[in-house]
Design a protein around this ligand. Structure first.
Ligand code: GTP
Ligand code: MG
Length: 233
């Protein structure tokens, strides 16, 4: 992930290579872009805050239970093209104010867990922290989407501490098991392959795979519960 500062520096570094009149235009573009670059920096800070919180929980949990509550964290800042596309799709003017007002997923964090139970434990631990506010919670694990998509989504308000203010930023955290992520990643790739024949049968088969994966998740969870119980005895 690139920080706003770096991008700005890069543009500035290249400026002297332009003819004088273009330098002026470039300077104007840079000035206009400042609020956007600044906002992206703030979303990046929100990602860092959430990642740190998760890593702290991981450190504590792995010491107490001798295993990790998650396998992997993947974060991304929504690209300018996707931001533009989403605002237009939702019928909003593309402005820096509207990004903050209407988009929940500019800062995106995906947490991949081993077992469904770990998802709920981790999500609850994070939600209970007193500097975090849960704006929305969507449980697509208990209530999967009709196509079979499963994940737990939290939209959070996370404070970031800037030099002269404390600001709340929204971030979307998606919790998935390895199996849910496997399905969602492949389904996402397939969705973008247009002009496929047998659309209906493909949708049905994908739903079938989702059902298999769900069964697999709970079977693995069951095995772990049995192992935990026998260890406790
Ligand atoms: P957007 O879909 O982002 O406009 O917002 P929404 O309010 O519909 O949120 P939703 O919870 O449906 O989806 C948010 C994110 O979850 C998406 O951007 C995807 O990353 C993921 N997601 C939701 N549904 C699906 C799905 O059917 N398949 C896959 N692969 N991912 C999904
Ligand atoms: Mg959606």
């Amino acid at each position: 992930m690139e920080s706003g500062k770096n991008q700005e520096d890069k543009i500035r570094e290249g400026q002297h290579l332009l003819p004088p009149e273009a330098q002026e235009v470039s300077q104007t573009i840079l000035e206009d872009a400042k609020p956007f670059i600044n906002l992206m920096m703030q979303y990046k800070c929100a990602i860092m805050e959430v990642e740190t919180k998760l890593k702290v929980l991981d450190a504590e949990f792995s010491l107490a239970y001798n295993r990790n509550p998650f396998e992997d964290i993947r974060s991304r800042l929504k690209s300018p093209v996707s931001i533009h596309e989403k605002l237009v799709r939702k019928g909003y003017e593309v402005t820096v104010e509207n990004i903050e007002a209407y988009l929940n997923d500019v800062a995106g964090i995906r947490v991949i867990c081993s077992f469904p139970d770990d998802i709920y434990r981790l999500a609850d631990m994070l939600s209970r922290q007193d500097d975090i506010a849960v704006v929305k919670r969507k449980d697509y694990i208990r209530n999967p989407k009709p196509n079979g998509y499963r994940s737990l989504h939290l939209i959070l308000n996370v404070p970031i501490y800037l030099s002269n203010e404390k600001k709340y930023m929204r971030a979307e955290v998606q919790f998935r098991t390895i199996a849910m992520n496997f399905w969602a990643s492949l389904e996402h790739k397939l969705k973008y392959k247009k002009d496929v024949e047998n659309e209906e049968s493909i949708v049905k088969e994908l739903k079938n795979c989702a059902d298999f994966i769900e069964a697999l998740d709970y079977q693995m969870q069951g095995i772990r519960n049995r192992i935990d119980r026998s260890r406790d005895k």
